[in-house]
Every structure is written in structure tokens, then in C-alpha cells.
Design a protein around this ligand. Structure first.
Ligand SMILES: [Zn+2]
Ligand SMILES: [Zn+2]
Length: 435
């Protein structure tokens, strides 16, 4: 089957493409990027992208899908469905399932569920240590052969520098990126929000920014020692970003991501004790948010990732101290990025494509993704940068509703998502507006 995604504004930083073009897709792959006056091929299916932005498929490096083990919160299928509705052609599934993805059987299970769903690409991320217990390294090589694309112990970060060093050396042997959630837990124990003026006022225990900064400094130093590729997850503090900036100046293979909630909200959002503002790392003070915006602008931050972390309403209905950390994010991330970053003049559309597609593919070495070069997979994210829409959590495709963005009106939305040339999502309100 041949498909022409016609007359869109195509942005692909890997080819320096930035203009009105059409994309010819054949057999699930990009066949050609056609200029306006190139002859249109005959007998092709047409997707009219007039007035829309066409980009290589967006890739979320940080998604919690909860299957196996907590299917009441999310399954691979419901998460993949939320992903494509949010403009993500691919998601990287965190290993903190039950059982933990620390062996090839779990890796294969996740891949099989994703194939059966037939929506987003799901790339599993394996655990660094067995059971993510921080004691013994997991079998990275076997998981690599089964299909993992990186390793992390995300929410249970490796506490020992010695073990992290060995993990980096081991991962390097398998050409795997080590992703780390930077948190020195001796400093955050009992904390539920950012430590600062608001935690004092609200009487809640805080996570000092230093807890993130210390681990980020450690990881950058270990990246230098080992030569490993190190990716810092959801960086939220000025100090951690400074550490990454210095590592990049030394040409170390250190990258990092930022989440939409950390570039949108501050710790003031906790004032009503809404547990949908509780996540780890926590929402920070305005100075840290400003540092995240600077990092997005100057290239210190490589990728935007959701840290989509679904939880059941009953769990989030607990008092602030006892509710679990995490919010959903797949369906609001792209809208927030367009509204808060592009329309506020913080970054360009081209930079957004780098942050959501080009760079994620590079960080985890995802071959044939993050580009529209002929021969690569026809994963395509189509955006309407100006569509105004209101997020209704009750209509979310995720099984969970734990979001602080319910009812928010945003300018800019995903219009359609293609995976290997297949249309897997089309924005209903956009269709209605166009007919
Ligand atoms: Zn984390
Ligand atoms: Zn996470």
C-alpha cells in the first residue's frame, strides 16, 4: 500500500527539511520526501496535511505501562492507545512492573502485548539490578537480545556509586544507555514535595533540590570514568542541569530529559493538597522551573519525556503524605509543549521536533526512528499547532485519571499519528472542525 501525507509543513532536523512537502510512504517505510512541484505519484491513498505540521514520530523515553502486574492502572494496550492519542508513535516502557522487567521473559511479554495491540511501538527498558533492589546486576545481555533498548532502576535508583560504576561498564559492553532517576534517598526520606517555602507553609516534608543534584554529579563523574552513555531522567533542578551542562562541555556522553509538569507547574500547585500534584521528582520552585526552560532553550535538555505514571483514583484519594507519586502525561505532553514552550516563544517548532523525536531516537539508539529519511520507518506525528482544545481526563484513553491538567485549555494538539505507515490516531475535534 502506498500513502501520500500531502502538503504538510514537514520538519525533519535530520535532513534539514523545514517546509511544505509531501511524504510518500510505501511498505511501512518512508519512500520519499516530495517538494511541492514534484509530480504526485498515481494510485496512492492521500492524507491531506494542509495547514498541519508533519514530523518524524514522537518517542517518549519514559512511560510506565504497569503491565504485567498492575493492569487495573494501565495495560500495554491502554497505555499505547493513550500514547498515539497524545502524538507519541513510540514509548519506552519502564521496568518497574510486577514482576520487574529484569529478565528476557518479561521483556518478551511486553513486546508481545504491544504487537497484539498494534498501536504505538513499545520499546521495553530493562532493570539495572535484579528486582531493582540495588544489589546485584540484572542480565542485561539476555534482555538486550530479547529487545530492551536501555536500562534503569527509575523509581528505586541505584544507591551505591560502586555498583553504578559496574552497571555502566556492563551496559557499555552491550551498547545500552544507562538511564538514572537522580535522587539521593538519604536526603529525601519521608519527603512528599519540594523542600522550600511551600513545604514549610503546608507542613509537608520536602525533597531538597540537592538530593537530585548530588546524584546527577555522581552520574556525570561516573560517565567520565566509564565512558558509558548516561541519560538522566526527569531533571528538575538548576544544580542537576548545571552538572549536565558541564558534562556536555567535556563532551561526555551525558543526556537528560525534562517533563511537561516540570516546565509548567511549580510547588505552589500543591497548596490545595491535590494529590495529582504529587510526583517524584516533585514540582519545584520558580527558579528551578526557569532553569528547566533555559535548559530546553539552550540544548542542555535533550528530550521531553512524560514520566506517565498511572495510578488508580482510590490510591490517589489518600491524604497527601500517603498517596503514591506520579501523574499521567501521555495525552497532555504535546499540547503543553506547544502551548507553554512554542507559543510562549521559548523554543521553535523545529526544536520541539528535536526534543520529542530526533534526540530521543539518538539517546537510546533507536535505528530507523526519529527521522523521515527514505528507508526509515514511516512513524509520523502530525500536529495542529493552533488548535485550541480542552483536556477532559474523563475521556482519557489511559485507565487512570491522575492528572493535574484536567480541564486545561491548550493551544496546539496532535492531529494524527502514523506507526509504520498505518494511521493509528486521528484527532476527532480537528476532523469535525475541517468537515
Ligand atoms: Zn523517576
Ligand atoms: Zn518514572
Amino acid at each position: 500500500m502506498r500513502l501520500l501525507i500531502a502538503n504538510g509543513y514537514v520538519i525533519d532536523p535530520t535532513q534539514g527539511v523545514n517546509g511544505e512537502k509531501s511524504l510518500l510512504v510505501e511498505g511501512g517505510r518512508v519512500a520519499a520526501v516530495l517538494a511541492r512541484n514534484d509530480t504526485r505519484p498515481e494510485g496512492v491513498e492521500i492524507f491531506d496535511a494542509t495547514g498541519l505540521v508533519v514530523a518524524p514520530g514522537f518517542i517518549d523515553l519514559h512511560t510506565h505501562l504497569r503491565e504485567p502486574g498492575q493492569e487495573y492502572k494501565e495495560t500495554v494496550e491502554s497505555g499505547a492507545s493513550a500514547a498515539v492519542a497524545g502524538g507519541w508513535a513510540s514509548v519506552c516502557a519502564m521496568p518497574n512492573t510486577d514482576p520487574v522487567n529484569d529478565n528476557p521473559a518479561v521483556t518478551r511479554f511486553v513486546i508481545e502485548q504491544a504487537e497484539a495491540a498494534g498501536l504505538a511501538n513499545v520499546f521495553p527498558v530493562g532493570a539495572i539490578t535484579k528486582g531493582s533492589k540495588g544489589e546485584e546486576l540484572a542480565e542485561m545481555g539476555e534482555m538486550r537480545r530479547a529487545g530492551i533498548v536501555a536500562v534503569t532502576d527509575d523509581g528505586r535508583p541505584v544507591p551505591s556509586a560502586g555498583l553504578m560504576r559496574r552497571a555502566m561498564e556492563y551496559a557499555r559492553g552491550f551498547d545500552l544507555t544507562v538511564m538514572d532517576h537522580c535522587e539521593d534517598r538519604t536526603l529525601t526520606a519521608g519527603g512528599v514535595m519540594h523542600e522550600g517555602a511551600w513545604s514549610l507553609r503546608l507542613g509537608l516534608r520536602g525533597h531538597p533540590a540537592l538530593a537530585e543534584e548530588l546524584d546527577a554529579l555522581r552520574d556525570c563523574a561516573l560517565a567520565e570514568l566509564t565512558g558509558a552513555r548516561v541519560h538522566l531522567a526527569h531533571v528538575s533542578t538548576r544544580g542537576a542541569l548545571e552538572a549536565v551542562r558541564r558534562a556536555k562541555e567535556k563532551s561526555l556522553q551525558v543526556t537528560c530529559e525534562a517533563t511537561p509538569h516540570h516546565f509548567t507547574l511549580t510547588d505552589e500547585a500543591v497548596r490545595d493538597y491535590d494529590t495529582n500534584t504529587k510526583m517524584c521528582p516533585p514540582l519545584r520552585s520558580p527558579d528551578h522551573l526557569e532553569a528547566v526552560l533555559e535548559g530546553l532553550r539552550d540544548g542542555t535538555i535533550d528530550t521531553i519525556a512524560t514520566d506517565h505514571a498511572p495510578h488508580h483514583a482510590d490510591e490517589k484519594a489518600l491524604e497527601y503524605d500517603n498517596a503514591p507519586f506520579g501523574i499521567t502525561g501521555l495525552e497532555t505532553a504535546v499540547g503543553l509543549a506547544l502551548d507553554r514552550l512554542v507559543h510562549q516563544g521559548i523554543i521553535s517548532l523545529e526544536r520541539l521536533v528535536e526534543l520529542c523525536s530526533t534526540n530521543p531516537a539518538r539517546v537510546f539508539r533507536l535505528e530507523g526512528r526519529g527521522t523521515l529519511r527514505p528507508g526509515s520507518w514511516a512513524d509520523v506525528t502530525v500536529l495542529d499547532p493552533d488548535l485550541e482544545w480542552t483536556f477532559d481526563a474523563a475521556r482519557s484513553r489511559s485507565k487512570s485519571r491522575n492528572t493535574p491538567f484536567d480541564g486545561w485549555t491548550l493551544r496546539g494538539a496532535p492531529a494524527a499519528t502514523f506507526v509504520a505507515g498505518r494511521l493509528v490516531f486521528q484527532n476527532e475535534s480537528l476532523l469535525a472542525a475541517r468537515s
